[in-house]
Design a protein around this ligand. Structure first.
Ligand SMILES: Cc1cc2nc3c(=O)[nH]c(=O)nc-3n(C[C@H](O)[C@H](O)[C@H](O)COP(=O)(O)OP(=O)(O)OC[C@H]3O[C@@H](n4cnc5c(N)ncnc54)[C@H](O)[C@@H]3O)c2cc1C
Length: 465
């Protein structure tokens, strides 16, 4: 092992940056790794290089990332950009990057790998011209690229956010197909009193919906079924609403039905996970500080349960302070004093979640495909019909399904299909998702070369011939 630090952090979003800054306050040596060029994660992507025009389009929440990125830069933590972490363990982690990878020993590891967009397995979702709303936002954030006349399909705060950012940028939106379930509005009302503890976030959401309503964009509500049509690429969207089937010609569709924790890293590490029925996803089991069932591993941010950017920064700071405590650099009283206001502030941020999670609970028909010709595993082109056949032949779970169909054995290692497969098997077998379980993820959790794994040793030997 070449280097050693007290704390290794995976992810430079709000959680990762806050964890690094907090740990540095106690003099810990910190190394942070992220695939991206600069710090920022999903929400603050490209924040350091974003010019005023783009920042204005992306809004104040985006601009709020600047001071955190600056604090991270000033913290003295070592930043490893363009670094993909492919292994984590009690001894530390391994990464690969265009500048050459390596391994690092660490006393503690904070995984702040963030969230990913929930899969949207409907007919035609793999067609060219179809992407997620988050991907469209990434193009806007990182390259200022937008597309006119797209059809936005789905539900959830991020879909509304990207649509309003598009409207602010003066981009034409062809239509919005809203898949919010009518009855979820009623169910969410029960959580509204608690949500009033986060008035600013609630007002922001209402503001986005008002902006869309005031625009010329046609919004179709209560969409129950969606089909994306086309041969070589998307040519039309077909949907069933309360008044029957409709169709609209378009070459571009942006799908979104919420975000889920990116659990592959914590799953590969082997810490305990629970099924969160309200968020319809697995997440690592953690305490208030992000400590997992493995004493060397902490999880923070949306990778530990969807809570949003502000809560992510708060949980990152809690994890950074806890790592200092657990490494003997901060006493219990000191930790408790630092933690109290952070936990209180996070509770306020979390007050809105039950309302949002219930209001924008994606319909089962949009999570668990009904038609046999729908692709569920994009890497291996496994269809819903293949899964149904395997379950009918007695396949109990995702790991057995691998041998039946190769689902989850492609380059993404099940990251993109994991939750669809779990819920599809649960729906077909009548078992609970928790009982079905998730893929057993092994290292390397990201595609790497043999050279990355065996590192410089082989290369040196070759040179010496
Ligand atoms: C596409 C997308 C767009 C979003 N946009 C917004 C938005 O505009 N506004 C908003 O409020 N919320 C947005 N969210 C929600 C977002 O999850 C949170 O707001 C916030 O970014 C969570 O912070 P975090 O620190 O937990 O994770 P992130 O900010 O997601 O940061 C995690 C970082 O870890 C990196 N990473 C993950 N795995 C590895 C690995 N193996 N090796 C190296 N690096 C790795 C990722 O590249 C990322 O940079 C978005 C979510 C997604 C998925």
């Amino acid at each position: 092992m070449s280097q050693r630090v007290d704390l290794a952090v995976l992810g430079s979003g709000p959680a990762g940056m806050a964890a690094a800054v907090a740990a540095r306050r106690h003099g810990l040596s910190v190394a942070l790794f992220d695939e991206q060029e600069g710090p920022g994660g999903q929400i603050y992507r490209g924040i350091e290089s974003a010019e005023a025009g783009r920042t204005a389009i992306l809004g104040p929440d985006y601009a709020a990332g600047r001071p955190l990125a600056a604090a991270f830069r000033a913290s003295g933590a070592t930043h490893h950009p363009r670094a993909t972490v492919w292994r984590i363990g009690e001894d530390g982690l391994s990464w690969t990057s265009p500048d050459g990878g390596g391994e690092i020993e660490a006393g503690r590891v904070v995984v702040a790998g963030g969230a990913m967009e929930r899969p949207f397995p409907v007919k035609g979702w793999t067609l060219p011209g179809v992407m997620t709303a988050g991907a469209a936002q990434i193009l806007l954030k990182s390259a200022g690229r937008v597309a006119d006349d797209a059809v936005f399909i789905g539900c959830g705060p991020l879909l509304a956010l990207v649509a309003t950012q598009y409207l602010k940028a003066g981009v034409r939106i062809r239509a919005i197909l809203d898949t919010t379930q009518p009855r979820s509005g009623m169910a969410a009302l029960g959580h509204l009193p608690a949500a009033l503890a986060a008035p600013a976030a609630l007002a922001k959401g209402i503001g986005m919906l008002a902006r869309i309503a005031a625009s010329q964009v046609k919004v179709f509500r209560r969409v129950e079924k969606v089909e994306l049509l086309g041969e070589a690429r998307l040519s039309a969207v077909r949907w069933r609403g309360p008044d029957g089937w409709h169709e609209i010609a378009t070459e571009r569709a942006f799908l979104h039905q919420g975000v889920i924790p990116n659990v592959n890293t914590t799953m590969a590490a082997g810490c305990r996970h629970v099924w969160d029925e309200r968020q319809l996803s697995f997440r690592p089991e953690t305490d208030d500080f992000g400590r997992t069932s493995l004493d060397w591993l902490l999880a923070a941010g949306d990778g530990a349960g969807i809570a949003g950017a502000k809560a992510a920064a708060l949980s990152g700071a809690l994890a950074g302070h806890a790592a200092a405590h657990d490494l003997g650099r901060l006493d219990a009283a000191g930790l408790e004093t630092l933690a109290r206001p952070l936990i209180r502030a996070r509770r306020r941020e979390l007050a809105l979640r039950p309302f949002l999670d219930t209001l924008y609970r994606p319909a089962q028909a949009m999570r668990v495909p009904q038609d046999d010709d729908v692709v569920v595993c994009r890497c291996e082109e496994v269809l819903r019909g293949d899964v149904a056949r395997a379950v009918a032949e007695g396949c109990p779970g995702p790991n057995q399904l691998k041998s039946f169909t190769r689902a989850g054995m492609g380059p993404c290692q099940g990251r993109l299909c994991g939750h669809t497969i779990v819920e599809t098997i649960a729906a077909l077998s009548g078992a609970e998702p928790e009982a079905v379980g998730y893929y057993r993820i092994r290292m390397p959790m990201k595609p790497v070369t043999v050279g990355d794994i065996v590192g410089p040793t082989i290369l040196k030997e070759e040179n010496h011939g």
